[in-house]
Design a protein around this ligand. Sequence first.
Ligand code: TRP
Length: 447
Amino acid sequence: MQTSNSPRDSFSSRFGVIAAAAGSAIGLGNIWRFPYETGVNGGGAFLFVYLICILLIGLPVMISEFLIGRSAQRNPFGAFKKLAPGKPWFLIGLMGVVAAFMILAFYTVVAGWTLEYIYQSFLGTLKDKDPVELKGMFDSFRNESYRPLLWFVIFISLTGWVVIAGIKDGIEKYTKVLMPLLLLMLIGMSVYVLTLPGAFKGIEFLFKPDFSKLSSEVVLKALGQAFFSLSIGMGTLITYGSYIKKKENLGATALSVAGADTFIAVLAGVAIFPAIFALGNVQSLDVSSLADEGLVFITLPSILYSIPGGQILSTMFFILLAVAALTSTISVLEVIVTYFVEELKLTRRKATVSAVLSVSVLGVLSVLLTGVFGFLNFTSANILLPLGGLFIVLFVGWFMSRKVTLEELTNKGEVRARFIPVYLFLVKFVAPIAIAIIFIYGLWSAF
Ligand code: TRP
């Protein structure tokens, strides 16, 4: 990314934009966080609310971030300063930087776990273990301090290295091959688990909503998960929007990104829930005993190792997962680095090193103290991102010039964007009111 005084780069093609934004959106949020949040919060009912949140709130916020970024041509902080000079809207950008720190400090810990699982798969230690043993392995690994810490440091350094070296182009080239491969693996795993006895119960759990499971806290968590998974609410996509060419159709781009992200999350659910029930005849295993942060690290190895060539498949899967996580950590770190470079006038190298070091301090605490990990995970997704999203839609709905908004959405009349009246209604009324209500009730019951 460029500083504000050099000419701005842009994505070279429609596919380039979608691939980069989808690379940010698709990550551990879909494959690690979505399944266990769904498991803990009641299955189908959670999924139902999640999908509504994506459609009525997430999509409008995403379009708003893109259009703010593209019209301002700045980082989030600078964008609000430019579009609303002398007004406090730039605080949204600042809140985004804080959220980025918090997200990196727990997300990179989980990304580190994927490295441990690549290593363990490679060694073959996950072979011939039943789910109960795999759960034991996961729990004891997590309670250690040395190894999780080491993997965390490796992963955050890797992220910093990619951001400094500016080799994102290189990464993008690999991502374009590896992400479709991840998709294929997930499809293959989903099809396979569906053939296992007992699988249907998992599908039922995922898709049959039991609305008695709904509470205001569950709805808040579905909203938080939607924001987290789409990478919205902290300005990542404002930054990406500033690199989108003027001729691209913002609405269509957002729709593709949100569609791909949601599809992958649901697919991960289809691969995982039937597996839990199919494996469920093993002792006391049920959703409630499994559905925590270890879910993916327990169920996926057990599915993969029941297929011939399991060791290779498992190694491959965790490599792909680590790559998906890396394209997301890069996009989060980029928010902090761009802010340091453009607003504090640090060089890119200094900015990245200071960001990595300060994230590491918080990260060490979140590796060692489960309470800190949980706090960062809960607060960033369920509080900071929805709050950021609320202000973003309020900004576009009530503050930003309507003329600029319409120009951005239609590319100055070049494209017909028939969704505009619906979009405006959503950003002015539906999204802000819904976020505010969910937020107040959800926090009320959570604390
Ligand atoms: N969406 C990513 C995932 O699902 C994580 C992520 C990347 C993110 N950038 C973000 C979350 C910005 C919130 C805001 O894994």
